[in-house]
Design a protein around this ligand. Structure first.
Ligand SMILES: [Cu+2]
Length: 264
């Protein structure tokens, strides 16, 4: 266990029950409500069944068990109680879905996430001289801030030389190639998962508290699928700025102090 911890080093936030950010908080809140409602309902139904089995069992061959057909009170109860339960859980989910799915209006940064066999590239835009600002295998984010992800797939023989300066146009250029296989961006402890489909641009918001989070491809995409992991690093806002946009030639130096948390 220690060996495992040492080899994965700093990425402890790999589970679906993580509290990496507001999206995962909301998803976990809905999940917890649904889970415990199911547990309580399951116990009540099991209890009633066992009670009915014992109390109303047929005691002898010529004994007719108690009949409940036509019992209006019972029928109203077992229609209304499940209906109210399902409607309230549906309401809870529906109220939280827009928050989880759609933060476009509030985002300052857009990052194009490019899935390819078998790695992830993150594109943040261009420098003033037109060089692309990219990181490979690590997505840098400002902490506590929603970032809009444009998620695309592009595998060989796609050969895109992007000309776009805006992230949205870039994502569309990549998607227009329309070749490759399906991938899926999944950061479990940040509560976000979105497919990367050839020909499509899929959008998803991502938000994280300061920290390092594990991510992986969750669409079986070929022989190297298992290696298609990535890391999300959420940095303080000024550190994010100098890590990603601080170098005039557009390169992101993962070993620089700006790109590391806690100076490690
Ligand atoms: Cu994959």
């Amino acid at each position: 266990m220690n060996l495992l911890a040492a080899s994965t080093c700093c990425v402890n936030n790999a589970g679906v029950f993580g509290d990496g950010g507001e999206i995962s908080d909301r998803a976990l809140g809905v999940y917890t409500a649904v889970f415990w409602s199911s547990v309580v309902l399951g116990l009540i139904v099991t209890g009633l069944l066992v009670y009915a089995f014992i109390k109303f069992r047929r005691r002898s061959d010529d004994d007719d068990p108690a009949q409940f057909h036509g019992n209006t009170k019972l029928e109203i109860a077992w229609t209304l109680v499940p209906l109210a339960t399902f409607l309230s859980l549906f309401g809870l989910t529906a109220v939280n879905m827009p928050f989880i799915n759609n933060q476009n209006a509030a985002t300052k940064y857009t990052v194009t996430v490019i899935g390819q066999q078998f790695s992830w590239t993150f594109d943040y835009g261009t420098t003033s001289s037109g060089s692309r600002i990219r990181s490979f295998g690590t997505l840098y984010m400002p902490e506590n801030e929603f970032v809009e992800l444009n998620i695309v797939s592009t595998d060989p023989p796609c050969n895109v030389t992007p000309t776009a300066s805006s992230e949205n146009t870039l994502a569309q250029e990549l998607a227009n190639e329309g070749c490759g296989v399906n991938h899926s961006f999944y950061a479990p402890s940040l509560g976000q998962q979105m497919n990367a489909i050839p020909g499509d641009v899929n959008n998803a918001p991502l938000e994280a508290r300061q920290g390092t989070y594990y991510g992986q491809c969750t669409e079986l995409c070929g022989i190297g699928h298992a290696q298609m992991t990535f890391v999300v690093v959420a940095l303080p806002a000024n550190q994010f700025q100098s890590c990603v946009f601080g170098n005039p030639n557009g390169s992101i130096d993962a070993t620089s102090a700006a790109c590391k948390l806690g100076g490690s």
